[in-house]
Design a protein around this ligand. Sequence first.
Ligand code: UDP
Ligand code: MG
Length: 314
Amino acid sequence: MTSITILIPCYNEAKGIPALAAALNAELPKIEQDLDVELSLLFVDDGSKDETVNVLKATDFDAPTRLIVLSRNFGKEAALSAGLDAHWSDAVIMMDADLQHPIALIPDMIRKWREGYDVVYAFKSSRDQEGLATRLLSKAFYRLVNYGSRTELPKNAGDYRLLDRRVVAAIGKLPEAQRFMKGLYTWVGFRQIGIPMTVAERSTGRTSFSPIRLLGLAVDGLTSFSIAPIRIMSIAGLLIATLSFLYMAWIILQRLFFEAPFNGFASLAVLIAFFGGTTVLGLGVVGEYVAKALLEAKRRPIYVVADEIELSDG
Ligand code: UDP
Ligand code: MG
């Protein structure tokens, strides 16, 4: 029979796990019966500081369930990588622990997979509840990251998705330590399709992704998957240099032929501030890429496993 693993990364989710377990125990048997599949659960504890591990151990799961405990908090991308490396089935579905990803989509994912798609991702059908700034920034992000790229990152799609085992194997072979998962899913290719979803409210607790952390993630994504920022800096540099040259010619002409008096301070101050700003910005952009190269050069493992525990054999 086809077997599918549901991979759930957890960071400080102790309070939400009872609700999650109740939902999974209620929904999964129906899915198994309707679609003739065998489902199992794989939790990855990403160095939670609360009782997540103990609560998981104390909870009854009706499906076969395993838990991988990482030695500290490595971040969601690393936790997902740990789970993908450890899975043992025909396909993996990655899902958040906070019930924001509707379990009701799982049958659709499995059906699309059976139709021959290797990646079935859920995308937010609307971002209306989000603030204007978030929406504009995310638009700008997708514009930039997809600019001049051979592979297009699907808009508003996150980590809730099904991956065929071949896709998991391909992702496992990618050597980079800085794992921007959304980019990796796309980079490996294969047949991909999206299904719309409405993201639910968090069951309990708060998101661990603050606006600052999201911005950091966006910069990471951009610098790992696109050199558009460097291109834009080069083009802007060329433009500024050309304009400055014209301005210089204009000043010389003025001096030689029109005897115009110089009113220098304002223009000088503006020019110095402008060039100072653009220079530092350019250095920052280059610095991001150099830092990325440094982190890759260290060749450290993506995560460290502390424990692997069988929680239930179904
Ligand atoms: N998560 C994780 N490691 C982290 C942060 C989050 O494994 O460092 C998990 C978290 O437990 C949840 C999922 O990633 O299952 C999504 O996190 P969260 O709900 O905080 O983010 P959001 O839904 O706002 O994107
Ligand atoms: Mg969430």
